[in-house]
Write a protein that binds this ligand. Structure first.
Ligand code: CP
Ligand code: NVA
Length: 327
């Protein structure tokens, strides 16, 4: 890792070395990150240039609108230089190993945000890197999204403990990180998927176990109405995630009946909100009347990506989770 001029301390001082899955935060880490984000959103001035001289690599193997632009914007606010890298611009695209890439990038940067396919590749890169690695989405997890999701829930309801949230759709990356969020923050998550598209059993079992300490619970069902009944928030994601495009036609047929539309929303609490990580496909996983209607909080949710990522970068790179070193 290059040495930086003050005020950035060595990354080794950071209590959270890398951020590969949400559960790495633990309940206290998530609480600290949410509090720091709220502080930053209210008044970004003390954070401005707090990581001046820092450099953030951003390695994107898949497309991105929100994650890329919110991380770049967050890095700029903190005074870091964001460097966006695509595999076809790197030697990794010509066969250089993940490990050699991690070693090399660690010589120039202070952190790397990575969007890639398998969690195993991300972990390999993190193991070879001497700088923090942040998961900007893998096939299995999307932890940065989940932080913005819980922030949006807390802003809406004033609390996370004890609320009920339904996730309708594919039990993959976004759902997995939301399950871990329920376990850390102590809320009820009801997941409705078509048979065969349930979340990973290992991640589900671990989230259920972690939730025993916080009151967080996970219910799995194949019935969207059961999941939505009486909840305060309804969340969905695309039916065909990046990298699964070959399954698109099958998935469209299988997920029919899992659209979040006005009749389904009527089973939720009367003041229930609608969330979606975006990008959305109106007429598939969500009806336009819902995502563009009064219950929708998708734009505050998307905005919160930038605030949560700025707080996360500050936490990890400065090694100051409570923001105590800020003016
Ligand atoms: N929600 C999300 O991660 O969006 P992007 O794919 O646009 O980054
Ligand atoms: N599950 C989606 C999330 C996009 C932000 C995907 O992986 O494509």
């Amino acid at each position: 890792m290059p040495s930086l001029t003050a005020p950035v301390p060595p990354a080794s001082a950071a209590p959270l070395r890398s951020f590969l899955t949400l559960d790495q935060l633990g309940p206290h880490g998530l609480r600290a990150l949410l509090d720091l984000t709220a502080r930053l959103k209210r008044d970004p001035e003390p954070f401005r240039n707090s990581l001046a001289g820092g450099r953030l690599g951003m390695l994107f193997d898949k497309p991105s609108t929100r994650t890329r632009v919110s991380f770049e914007s967050a890095a700029w606010t903190l005074g870091m230089l964001p460097i966006v890298l695509r595999p076809d611009e790197l030697q990794i695209g010509r066969g250089e190993t993940i490990s050699d890439t991690g070693h090399t990038l660690s010589l120039y940067l202070n952190a790397i945000a990575v969007r890639t396919f398998s969690q195993a590749s991300l972990e390999e890169l993190a193991a070879a890197s001497s700088i923090p690695v942040i998961n900007a989405l893998t096939n299995e997890h999307h932890p940065c999204q989940a932080v913005a999701d819980v922030m949006t829930l807390e802003e809406t309801f004033g609390t996370l403990a004890g609320i009920s949230v339904a996730f309708i759709g594919d039990g993959d990356n976004v759902c997995h990180s939301l399950m871990q969020a329920a376990a850390l923050a102590g809320f009820e998550l009801r997941v409705a998927t078509p048979p065969g598209y349930e979340p990973d059993p290992g991640i589900t079992a671990a989230a259920r176990e972690a939730g025993r300490a916080t009151g967080g619970t996970i219910l799995l069902t194949n019935d969207p109405v059961e999941a939505v009944s009486g909840v305060q928030a309804v969340y969905t994601d695309v039916w065909t995630s990046m990298g699964k495009e070959a399954e698109q036609a099958t998935r469209k047929a299988t997920f029919a009946g899992f659209t979040v539309d006005a009749p389904l929303m009527r089973h939720a609490s009367t003041r229930a909100i609608f969330l979606h990580c975006l990008p959305a496909h109106r007429g598939e996983e969500v009806a336009a009347e819902v995502i563009d209607g009064p219950a929708s909080r998708v734009w505050p949710q998307a905005e919160n990506r930038m605030h949560t990522e700025a707080a996360l970068l500050y936490t990890i790179v400065a090694g100051d989770p409570g923001g105590e070193r800020l003016p």
